[in-house]
Design a protein. Structure first.
Length: 260
């Protein structure tokens, strides 16, 4: 695999929430064109880590830097030009249309008191097409299903056009067909040189659609490796149950818990 150019550095980050230590000295680097998946059991700190990178959780210690410069949570515009974020909860009761919602991803690029331009709407429409939402432009957000709203949130992240995109469980509300479509979009974005950091619960999606895994357990890094190196012993240690792993005739990895 071609070496990635490191752009994001997380150094010894620890986080407390309401007096409880959630993350313990997390350190890793990530590069351009990389799909890095955060994988681990419920409560292991995946969402907290993503929010910490974004400056949404106060760090007890450590640093987050992009291209060698510390990312200050006080400079929101600079953050929004660096990081796009798709949260877990994407349900919407708003009366905005899909196109209006997606073009809002262009907000960080506006001049002071500026208005969305023709180019902004072109970028938004392209993001809608790339995420399979053609024909949804005029739909009201409140009328969408959970999976449709999640896909709109992804399109808005694409329209933001940042070097780093953080996606928190982007496939959790999607059927298999739409989940694979999102995986294809993620790969396309990485191939264009963006860094994707994605939290997942689906082990098979993680093994087959990422370059690298960061395994989290009890708020600590349990493992950091190419996805192809994850074996049944590693998964057993991560989740506390035995696993079986094999490759399909087409070369895909299949992993299932072995409860027998």
């Amino acid at each position: 695999m071609e070496a990635k150019i490191a752009v994001l550095s997380v150094e010894k980050v620890s986080v407390d929430i309401q007096g409880t230590r959630i993350l313990h000295e997390i350190s890793f680097g990530a590069g351009t064109g990389e799909v890095l998946v955060l994988l681990g059991p419920n409560g292991c700190g995946k969402s907290t880590l993503i929010k910490t990178i974004l400056g949404l959780c106060g760090k007890v210690s450590g640093s987050v830097s992009f291209r060698g410069r510390d990312i200050s949570p006080h400079n929101r515009k600079k953050q929004a030009l660096t990081f796009a974020y798709m949260p877990q909860n994407t349900a919407s009761h708003s009366s905005f249309t899909v196109l209006e919602t997606v073009v809002m991803g262009r907000y960080p690029h506006l001049e002071i008191f500026g208005a969305y331009t023709k180019r902004d709407f072109e970028i938004a429409r392209d993001a809608i097409i790339r995420t399979g939402l053609s024909g949804f432009e005029g739909r009201i957000m409140a009328s969408l299903s959970g999976g449709e709203a999640a896909t709109v949130a992804l399109a808005r992240s694409l329209a933001q056009d940042t070097p780093v995109i953080l996606l928190d469980e982007p496939m959790s509300s999607l059927d298999p067909g739409h989940a694979f479509a999102v995986a294809d979009v993620i790969k396309e974005l990485a191939d264009s040189g963006k860094l994707l950091i994605v939290s997942m619960h689906d082990v098979n999606m993680a093994l087959n659609h990422s370059d690298r895994l960061i395994l989290l357990k009890n708020g600590r890094i349990f493992g950091d490796m190419p996805a192809a190196q994850a074996d049944r012993d590693i998964l057993a240690g991560l989740y506390g149950i035995p696993w079986e792993i094999w490759r399909t005739p087409k070369g895909h990895i299949a992993a299932i818990p072995d409860r027998d």
